[in-house]
Design a protein around this ligand. Sequence first.
Ligand SMILES: [Zn+2]
Length: 347
Amino acid sequence: MTLAVRYTSARTLDTAPASHSAPGPGEVELAPAFVGICGTDLHIFHGDMDARVATPAVLGHEMSGRVVRVGPDVEGWQAGDAVTVMPLRWDDTCPACRSGHQHVCQHLDFIGIDSPGAMQQRWTVPASTLVRLPDSLPLDRAALVEPTAVAVHDVGRAGVAAGENVVVVGGGPVGILIALVARAAGADVRVVELNPHRRSLAEELGMATWNPADEDVPALVGQWTGDAGADVAFEVSGAAGGVDTAVEVLGVRGRLCLVAIHPRPREVNLHRFFWRELTLVGARLYDRSDFEKAVALVADGTIPADRLISKVVPLTQAPAAFEALEGGGDVMKILVDCTDDTQGATV
Ligand SMILES: [Zn+2]
């Protein structure tokens, strides 16, 4: 018997035994090693997504682990392979899929929200979701591949080019990853963030930061760019003030890339869009090429994953970790360690 972390009702997680049958055709059974706790997991924990999530729900979609068993008709994978999972299942028949945008399928199954996730000691997924990890990449760092794939997708959607001036509004895990990926693409990057711990981490990683609470960010961007304004702004804060900042800092023909999930419609200065001929680009999830690039960026150290991991907790302490994250605090990424010798997991 193995253990799973389950969401049962608002602000309540438990750990419970889970049984597993052999993987079916096209499926692979994994032993998750490390699973990151994401903002979406916290929204579920809050009870904000009860209309979508069937309880009890096993959370988790930022993971690394190893193949344990492969089902019939699975080729190319064997026990012991190090993998991460691109947690998307699409129908391949809707208009979005037919136009080649399966990651935003109109009937998307996001594994870890709409179906059982990775925060357990055995996890069966379609073989089509597997992404190979190099043996040289430690599995704790590899748990950062999924959020890095988000950042790769965002930077691609914004069309960031070498030499461009980029402002990232919101310096949480995804914002920092966007800043790192944009910098790797040759951009000059600034991070706007209220939280002093997050600002200091960004600065340790070589990024200049601004605090919007006591600095006039649009004026500073003007000084930085010779009055031109930024080429690209990423809205990663999810706050109304963040939207205002992202619009204000852009120069003529600037691109605003919307990454954060805004829970309600926002007022936007559309006159600014008209006056400066701005473009707004939405960016959601990732595709396989984003995932493969993310593996390379984490493996070669472009993404200093070890610096972004604040803490690793054993699976049995995951409920307490969620409660701690709810209270905010000076943390970036917390990983749940699903390996447990007493359970016989082979990782
Ligand atoms: Zn579809």
